[in-house]
Ligand binder design. Structure first.
Ligand code: PMP
Length: 443
């Protein structure tokens, strides 16, 4: 940041910049904005600006910012008993465990609780290893599974590079990315089949986001996930679905894998599990895997596993989804969102591809639509300075809409409670912002 930019920070922001690390950043470029309030779909900063939250912060504030039932449940549980060791249970933990067995597909039945998506993945990897007696995990290049050592090792996107070589046995496969890959999505599956055969009987699990989130909102063909499960099982590997971002109604279904009618062996959850009101991760397994640990030790745990206040938030969040019919609403209003995004695509030549389902949408930018050329390399994510997609998001922000972005794609994932009028408002801001990328095109 320049001297002048630093001068524009208020006292709180300066204090924060000096004493708190920014995540995934060159610290010299970190410019923290002080948030001072929020209401429903909106939040406001200390400089008098108000924003519509078109990405639910990090695709996690699924209930917006005024879910009273959840904040009340948090306060009530904190007053009743803020914390007890994992060896004790609480009403909220037991009921949340049962609720997850109810809303997740099929035979998924028993949950390990943690405090984040990355920990949910760590638990999934260890459980798969303990259960199968095998070490390796196949995941895909266009994926993000978390920042801790195991989960960053099974992550495919450039964020993994700084942690390489990472844990042994983390093997990467190609993706169902129809827009920018030379491999057809279904062909990429046959590649995985071949890979598993060549690895011999050494792979514990295949780990995928059923709908890829931060790596571009990639929705595979209908037959993809069922066939992937078949391939994994044919080679003695489990299927782990990472539902950290796609889960809890974002797609108009409870979980991304529900769209494809596939029941994974293990599923990971976080984000929408509490609508971001509390940090909570969950790893649910089927009854056969659960039974394995009756007489084999589950050598895993955290101080805050099943934290009562977080579980209270989770339970109240799921009840809010159910009572407000919010999953169905997300599907319906998501159709409208899709139509409005198509209008943007028609109006802006720099929109190369639009993808998604429900309230989970990606807008991929291109500098040459004919050649489908991205504005930058994937590794630009790790470079200093801003990319064109950062600048588009910056312009949307200046026009009152907060929109996340990653590697050439804007990610639209608002709270499930959004209305068509609020969608229109945010789309108007994006309409202005996309002129930035239109102007940066080469043709
Ligand atoms: N899996 C997926 C699919 C994610 O999108 C994320 C976070 N964006 C994670 C795992 C890691 O979650 P957390 O940041 O809570 O550790």
């Amino acid at each position: 940041m320049s001297r002048q930019e630093v001068d524009q920070l208020n006292e709180i922001e300066r204090m924060d910049k000096e004493h708190v690390f920014g995540t995934w950043s060159y610290q010299s470029e970190v410019s923290p904005t002080q948030v001072v309030g929020s209401d429903g779909m909106r939040f406001s900063d200390a400089h008098g600006n108000e924003f519509i939250d078109f990405s639910g912060q990090l695709m996690c504030s699924n209930l917006g910012h005024s879910a009273e039932k959840v904040s009340d449940a948090i306060a009530e549980q904190a007053a009743k008993g803020a914390y007890f060791a994992p060896g004790f249970t609480t009403e909220v933990r037991a009921k949340l465990g049962q609720k997850l067995a109810e809303v997740t597909p099929g035979d998924l039945t028993k949950t390990f609780f943690s405090t984040s998506g990355t920990e949910a993945i760590e638990a999934a990897i260890k459980i798969a290893k303990f259960y199968t007696g095998k070490d390796k995990v196949v995941s895909r290049y266009r994926s993000y599974h978390g920042a801790t050592y195991g989960s960053i090792s099974v992550t495919g996107d450039p964020r993994r590079l700084a942690a390489e070589p990472g844990i042994p046995g983390a093997i990467k496969a190609p993706d169902p990315y129809a827009y920018g890959s030379t491999l057809d999505p279904m062909e990429s599956l046959e590649y995985i089949d071949e890979m598993l055969m060549l690895e011999g009987d050494t792979v514990a699990a295949v780990l995928v986001e059923p709908i890829v989130g931060s790596n571009g909102i990639l929705v595979p063909p209908a037959e993809y996930l069922p066939r992937l499960k078949e391939i994994a099982h044919n080679h003695g590997a489990l299927l782990i679905c990472d539902e950290v971002m796609a889960g809890f109604g974002r797609t108009g279904e409870w979980f991304g894998c529900d769209i494809f009618d596939v029941e994974p062996d293990i599923m990971t959850m976080a984000k929408g599990l509490t609508g971001a009101y509390q940090p909570l991760g969950a790893t649910i397994v089927n009854s056969e895997i659960a039974a394995h640990f009756e007489d084999n030790m589950l050598t895993h745990g955290h101080t805050y596993a099943g934290h009562p206040v977080a579980c209270a938030a989770g339970l109240a969040t799921i009840e809010t989804y159910q009572e407000g019919n919010l999953i169905k609403h997300a599907g319906e209003v998501g159709e409208y969102l899709g139509e409005r995004i198509e209008e943007l695509a028609a109006a802006h030549p720099s929109v190369g591809d639009t993808r998604g389902v429900g309230l989970f949408r990606g807008i991929e930018l291109t500098k040459s639509s004919e050649e489908r050329m991205p504005f930058g390399e994937r590794s630009d994510k790790l470079a200093k300075g801003s990319t064109v997609v950062d600048q588009v998001a910056g312009m949307a922000y200046e026009n009152g809409a907060y929109v996340a972005n990653m590697i050439n794609t804007l990610i639209v994932a608002p709270p499930l409670t959004i209305t068509p009028d609020e969608i229109d408002e945010a789309i108007a801001a994006l309409d202005v912002a996309l002129k930035v990328s239109d102007d940066a095109m080469v043709d």
